[in-house]
Design a binder for this molecule. Sequence first.
Ligand SMILES: Cc1ncc(COP(=O)(O)O)c(C=O)c1O
Length: 358
Amino acid sequence: MRAYNFAAGPAALPTEVMERIRDEWLDWQGNGASVIEVSHRGKPFLRVAEQAEQDLRDLLSIPADYAVLFMQGGASAQFALVPMNLAAPDATVDYLNTGHWSAKAIAEARRYCRVHVAADVGAPYARVPAPSDIAYSGRAEYVHYTPNETIGGVEFADVPETGGVPLVADMSSNILSRPIDVSQYALIYAGAQKNIGPAGLVVVIVRRDLLGRARAGTPTVFDYRAVAAEHSMLNTPPTFAWYAAGLVFQWLKARGGVAAIERQNRAKAQALYAAIDASPFYHNRVAPEARSRMNVVFQLARPELDEEFLRRADAAGLKSLKGHRVAGGMRASLYNSMPAEGVAALVDFMREFERAHA
Ligand SMILES: Cc1ncc(COP(=O)(O)O)c(C=O)c1O
């Protein structure tokens, strides 16, 4: 039996997708071979690759003047590739700091350009900046932000206003969880291993007029223009991750797409936050308007019970609820593939655990 897996990433994939992979694992589409055993340049795989891109375009209504790239190196590689591709060494780039992952992006960008931190909400990173908290440099090549901080459980409800400066977003942990207007962004990147598919793939959606600006010395496989020109097949791509991502896109389309999944995501998160707020035994310190729908963090009022909570939850089939090592406490990741029943089971367990320890 599959457990309810609340891991933050790599995260649970839809069971239907896992079953499909299992069913065609040894003999994919009558090829007598697995999808991971065929050439990425052969027609069967090219069809998969093209269909995956088209389905992602459909799901997010990606305009034609945006390229979709399937790259490697994870979101962390993009921390460097964004400045390398979009800004000269003496250029200024603006960053919003809302926690762990934006801080990582800032630290990496500092190796490549002048970074101006336009807003820093400060410890404990439990809110997003108000428009009045943001002081842009006025000369930035782009503004970078992290719409969802996976570790802090902090999510922007609205897209920051940049006054026309190109906006770059690390959507690793909330892409495809809610509708977005891609045209508000110059570039979006997302590591696959949460809402897209298996690890090994990072999706980049970039406005085509930003291609061709990579600084000298950028490796060819990391130059967005070169990657776009070769349809992400400059070299051997992570074929399994690409194929599986395509199945996840089809799964999401069949379930009504991003607008439909957003309704479910909102209901799931509300149910869990309501349970946390209803009890003095559990606590979430994120400002209500900035609470993440994808990563719900919470603390036990008696942290000495953390280990027992995790042990009992695990035994009850509720897996990977331990908070990130830098944050402590608990974290329930409620990505698209987490069914409402999983959240209901977690809420029941939390009530039961509280009763037993009150
Ligand atoms: C928001 C965000 N950005 C970046 C990363 C780093 O991703 P990767 O491990 O693919 O480099 C993560 C990983 O969890 C993340 O959640």
